[in-house]
Structures are given as structure tokens and as C-alpha cells.
Design a protein around this ligand. Structure first.
Ligand code: NAD
Length: 360
């Protein structure tokens, strides 16, 4: 029986890479009945909403989705379709494997770590107060009353909520992930020395959960600023990285840079019994319609999706095909060529064709 999976093409270059990934996934022979739905600019134009109810309903029903990146409109009421999607569906864990593939320009070889980022709260909760607004002035007065601290009256304010319950969920997820995926160590990364009641709470909960995995999965703690340096200098020392939302977002891009850039970094947003797979990168709108950007991150997101639906053999075959094309370095997009202006660089579609050829 075919799997029913929600397919969201996305904005900018999203539809091009999403189509490339769909073709590669289909070429593995796994039967999928794609439920195509929209989010972002196209959804706004067609249905008057950036995130239509039908799209949410489809993911809730199918439990699995793959999506291209979506442009975040600047200004206006909607903060980010991606953040809204993760919050609406309670996709509380963002999983981003960081793996070196031979042939990709990279500072290090043999990197194989995974970022597990809390996806639902922290400074990304979207609780913000604009500079000069009456409620901001009121809030500043309240804060000054409660805390004996002064806040400059011309401040904007973003709230950073970190809860016990969400921290517990993500910490448990990280240790379970490590166990299932044969990983050895979880490193919890915070700034708990400064933000004692938020990052401090996240770390305290992580320590408690770690205790119940003692002897199975090692646990260590790090401060995010130091970790930024450690990852650049000694990335091979790390395995699973557990982080609150904002630090996870920033270090994901840093880690993507360690293994060849955003073009090869896949991701998954996972909740209880539900997952949405998407590349780490954005919609790269300047390349829209040019058949130019690298489809690898989206195709590798498809590999993660195949593993999630327990089609491990198909996932392994597709990953191997991607690896072969990357290693050969011939039918690859401009960003994977030693010279990005190389006229022999493949287009998005042609790189997908080369991967599909390897699957035959
Ligand atoms: P971006 O990731 O789109 O682009 C950053 C840089 O990386 C650009 O130079 C781009 O050319 C390059 N790049 C990205 N993907 C590439 C690929 N597949 N192949 C080759 N080069 C690639 O980030 P941005 O420009 O900051 O964001 C553009 C839009 O995407 C914004 O509206 C942003 O909010 C949105 N965004 C969406 C998601 C998502 O949907 N999950 C994630 C990040 C950003």
C-alpha cells in the first residue's frame, strides 16, 4: 500500500528542489501517494492565507510531510510560516544531522554529529513588545517594580520562555534518539551561567534526564560561546548536541558550514507521532526559477523521511546515490564546484537526474 505523505513545494527555489527530491524518492521504488498542499506566497495568492487550514489538516491526517523552504514576509502580522507550522503541530524537536560527504568542499572530514534543537519556545516564541508601544512602557514599569533593575524606556522587548515540560520533552527525545541511533554522547549547550532561570532550567532538566541514561549514553555540558569555538576547532569531539531554540538555530548554520554549507544540510521537525522534513536552508529567492540551486539538502531530507517511515533500505540506497554523485563532483551544482562560476556545473534538475541514474 502506498504511503500518504503531505508534499509542500514552498517558495522561491522551494518548488524546484522539492520536485527534485520527489523524483529521487520515487526512484527508490517506495510507493507514495503525495498529498500536495501549499504554504507561503502561493498559498496566500490562492487561498488568502500563508498557512491554510487544509495544509495543517493534511499533515495532521498523514502524520508525515516534506516541505520546501518558505519565504518569511518582512513586516506584517505573521512572524514566520515555519515557526507557526512547528508551533501549531507541536513539532517540538528539530533534528539536523551534520555529516561529511566525500567530494564536498569542507574544512573537516569524517564529521558525523546531530543537532537536536528545542523547537517550540525560547526567544522564538514570538512574544515581543515594540519600542514605544503603550504596553511596552507598561511592561517596563512592571519589570522595574518586580526586579529592582532599570530598563531603558526606549527599549523593545523579546520574552524568552523556557519551560520545565518542554525542556524535559526535548532532553528525553535527545537521549532516546542517541540510544536508537547508536550514538554515544549528548552535549547540552546553554548559557546557564548568565540566564539562570531559563537556560539554567533547561540544563537542570537535561542533567536529570541524563542520570536515567547513565552507563548507556554519556552526558556533558558546554556554554554556547565556547561551543562555537570548539565546534570550529574540534568538531570530531562531538556527537549529539542538545540545545534550546535560538542557539540550535545559530549552531545549525555553523555546523552546516563545517560540512560544505547549507546546500547539503537536511532537517526534520518532529513531534509525537508526526514529522515534517525540510532542508536547513531558506528559499534563496534570488535564484528562483533558474534551475541553479543545490537540491542535496532537500533530497537528504527525503532520506531522513524514508528512514522515519521505516523504509531504511530505500533511504540507504538514496543516500548512497547522493554520496556517489557528490564524490564524483561532475553532475553537481555550482556551489559544490571548486569554482562557483564553473560553466559545467549541473542545474538542480540535472543533479537530481544524476542521482536517479545511480538508483537504477
Ligand atoms: P537562504 O538559506 O535562503 O540563503 C542563504 C544563502 O545560501 C544564499 O546566499 C543562498 O544563495 C545560499 N543557498 C541557500 N540554499 C541553497 C541551495 N540549496 N543551493 C545553493 N545555495 C543555497 O537564507 P536567507 O536568504 O536568509 O533567507 C531567504 C528566505 O528564506 C527568508 O525569507 C527566510 O526567512 C526564509 N527561510 C526559510 C526557512 C524554512 O523554510 N525552513 C529557513 C531559513 C530561511
Amino acid at each position: 500500500m502506498a504511503y500518504k505523505i503531505t508534499f509542500i513545494p514552498g517558495d522561491g527555489t522551494g518548488p524546484e528542489i522539492a520536485e527534485a527530491a520527489r523524483r529521487c524518492i520515487e526512484a527508490t521504488g517506495v510507493k507514495i501517494d503525495w498529498d500536495e498542499k501549499y504554504a507561503g506566497e502561493e498559498a496566500q495568492a490562492k487561498y488568502g492565507s500563508l498557512l491554510p487550514e487544509a495544509t495543517i489538516a493534511s499533515i495532521k491526517k498523514n502524520k508525515v510531510a516534506i516541505k520546501g523552504p518558505i519565504t518569511t514576509p518582512i513586516g506584517g502580522g505573521f512572524r514566520s510560516v515555519n515557526v507557526a507550522l512547528r508551533q501549531t503541530l507541536d513539532l517540538y524537536a528539530c533534528v539536523r544531522p551534520v555529516k561529511y560527504y566525500p567530494g564536498v568542499k569542507s574544512f573537516y572530514k569524517d564529521i558525523d554529529l546531530v543537532i537536536i534543537r528545542e523547537n517550540s519556545e525560547d526567544l522564538y516564541a514570538g512574544i515581543e513588545f515594540e519600542e514605544g508601544a503603550p504596553e511596552t512602557r507598561k511592561l517596563i514599569k512592571e519589570i522595574e517594580g518586580f526586579s529592582n533593575k532599570t530598563v531603558r524606556p526606549d527599549s523593545g522587548i523579546s520574552i524568552k520562555p523556557i519551560s520545565k515540560s518542554a525542556s524535559e520533552k526535548i532532553a528525553r527525545f535527545a537521549f532516546e534518539y542517541a540510544l536508537i541511533n547508536n550514538r554515544k554522547k549528548v552535549t547540552c549547550i546553554t548559557k546557564a551561567n548568565i540566564m539562570k532561570f531559563t537556560d539554567g532550567l533547561f540544563l537542570k532538566i537535561a542533567r536529570e534526564i541524563a542520570a536515567s541514561y547513565e552507563g548507556k549514553i554519556a552526558f556533558e555540558e558546554a556554554l554556547v560561546d565556547n561551543m562555537a569555538m570548539q565546534l570550529v576547532q574540534k568538531p570530531l569531539n562531538y556527537d549529539c548536541l542538545l540545545l534550546p531554540n535560538l542557539y540550535g538555530d545559530i549552531l545549525s548554520d555553523l555546523c552546516a558550514g563545517l560540512v560544505g554549507g547549507l546546500g547539503v544540510a537536511p532537517g526534520a521537525n518532529v513531534g509525537d507521532g508526526m514529522a515534517v522534513f525540510e532542508p536547513v536552508h531558506g528559499s534563496a529567492p534570488k535564484y528562483k526559477g533558474m534551475n541553479r540551486v543545490n537540491p542535496t539538502a532537500m533530497i537528504l531530507s527525503g532520506v531522513l523521511m524514508l528512514r522515519y517511515i521505516k523504509e531504511g533500505a530505500a533511504a540507504d540506497r538514496l543516500e548512497k546515490a547522493v554520496k556517489e554523485v557528490l564524490t564524483e563532483g561532475i553532475s553537481v551544482t555550482y556551489d559544490l564546484k571548486p569554482d562557483p562560476k564553473d560553466p559545467t556545473a549541473a542545474g538542480t534538475k540535472e543533479m537530481a537526474d544524476a542521482i536517479i541514474k545511480k538508483l537504477k
